[in-house]
Design a protein around this ligand. Structure first.
Ligand SMILES: [Fe+2]
Ligand SMILES: [Fe+2]
Length: 315
């Protein structure tokens, strides 16, 4: 067996230490969205659900052709689409956490934390679903074939790749939510939802980062290569599932046309890179950003595209 050469990222603590601390933190401060959110407060029709510059078509000709009401409508559908992707991935995460709990000593801090996180994610998924219902928007989630394929998620990822992909979903969402939580132009309900999610996700991120660091440091070279590729593969679908093509129908744009314009939109590509900046930096430090999965991270816009080589000037 080859000796692991990946080092743990600096200043990281082991998963067991982290679990004990997180259990104390969760006991002190957790939220129940059913009572901590004012679900009956009237919506402000002039407020947006996500800032215009975070809408996938922002800056395109399709965006320029929309009036203000249509832009707010599309922003609402995209905000709920991102929440729907959150529900989808939280459900996959809960399956992973329950499998880990099943294999662990239930009295250990790590196992106790796994159940605590499942409880958090149950409340989050209910919160996102209820927000979508209040917004009057369809429940989007991933496209059907990705939803069907993702039933294999907990078979093809475990250990570092499971927690690395969870981090991609959590941290990309978190960066978008942090920007919106204090934005006075964003719908108050959306801001309340974001604040609760940000607070509780910070604990999940600490746990998952420790799991990735521990897991990669303990594995052989071939195993690390597998987890790297699995992480890139799943991350591609996470990012692609944030905006469901059906959102464009809400403003009369053909879903295929809208999707194509969004994926070609440099502004949207840069938004994804920005949202994934911190987690990609961490994954790189943990030795997870190299090898054959790297082009997938580029295609997902989590890494900048390579600059095209210029043809040599003719003499
Ligand atoms: Fe969550
Ligand atoms: Fe989470």
């Amino acid at each position: 067996m080859s000796t692991p050469t990946t080092t743990r990222p600096a200043a990281s603590r082991t998963s067991a230490d982290v679990s004990a601390r997180l259990l104390r933190s969760a006991a002190k401060k957790s939220y129940d969205p059913a009572v901590d959110i004012d679900w009956d407060a009237p919506l402000d029709p002039q407020k947006t659900w996500t800032p215009a510059h975070r809408v996938s078509l922002y800056g395109t000709e399709l965006w320029d052709a929309l009036d203000e009401d249509q832009r707010r409508e599309l922003a609402k559908h995209e905000a709920c689409s991102v929440a729907g992707a959150g529900v989808w991935f939280e459900t996959l995460l809960m399956q992973r956490l329950l499998k880990d709990f099943y294999d662990d000593d239930p009295t250990s801090d790590r196992a106790q934390w796994a159940l605590t996180e499942v409880a958090d994610e149950c409340r989050h998924s209910q919160m996102f679903a209820r927000m979508t219902q209040v917004a009057g928007v369809p429940s989007y989630g991933p496209v059907p074939w990705v939803r069907a394929m993702s039933k294999l998620y907990s078979l093809v990822t475990w250990g570092p790749s499971a927690y690395a992909t969870i981090l991609v979903a959590e941290e990309v969402l978190d960066r978008l939510q942090r920007e919106q939580a204090d934005d006075p132009d964003v719908q108050p309900l959306m801001r309340q939802v974001n604040k609760i999610h940000i607070m509780e996700e910070a604990r999940h991120v600490s746990f998952a980062r420790a799991e990735v660091a521990d897991g990669m440091a303990a594995r052989s070279r071939p195993a690390r290569a597998y987890h790297r590729f699995a992480t890139a593969f799943v991350s591609f679908f996470i990012v692609r599932s944030l905006i469901h093509p059906g959102v464009y129908s809400s403003v009369g744009i053909d879903p295929k046309r809208g999707r194509k314009a969004a994926l070609a939109n440099p502004h949207y590509q840069e938004m994804i890179r920005w949202a994934g900046e911190k987690i990609v930096g961490f994954l790189d430090e943990a030795g997870m950003v190299k090898g054959p999965g790297k082009p997938l991270l580029r295609r997902a816009f989590l890494l900048p595209r390579r600059a095209r080589r210029r043809a040599p000037l003719a003499r």
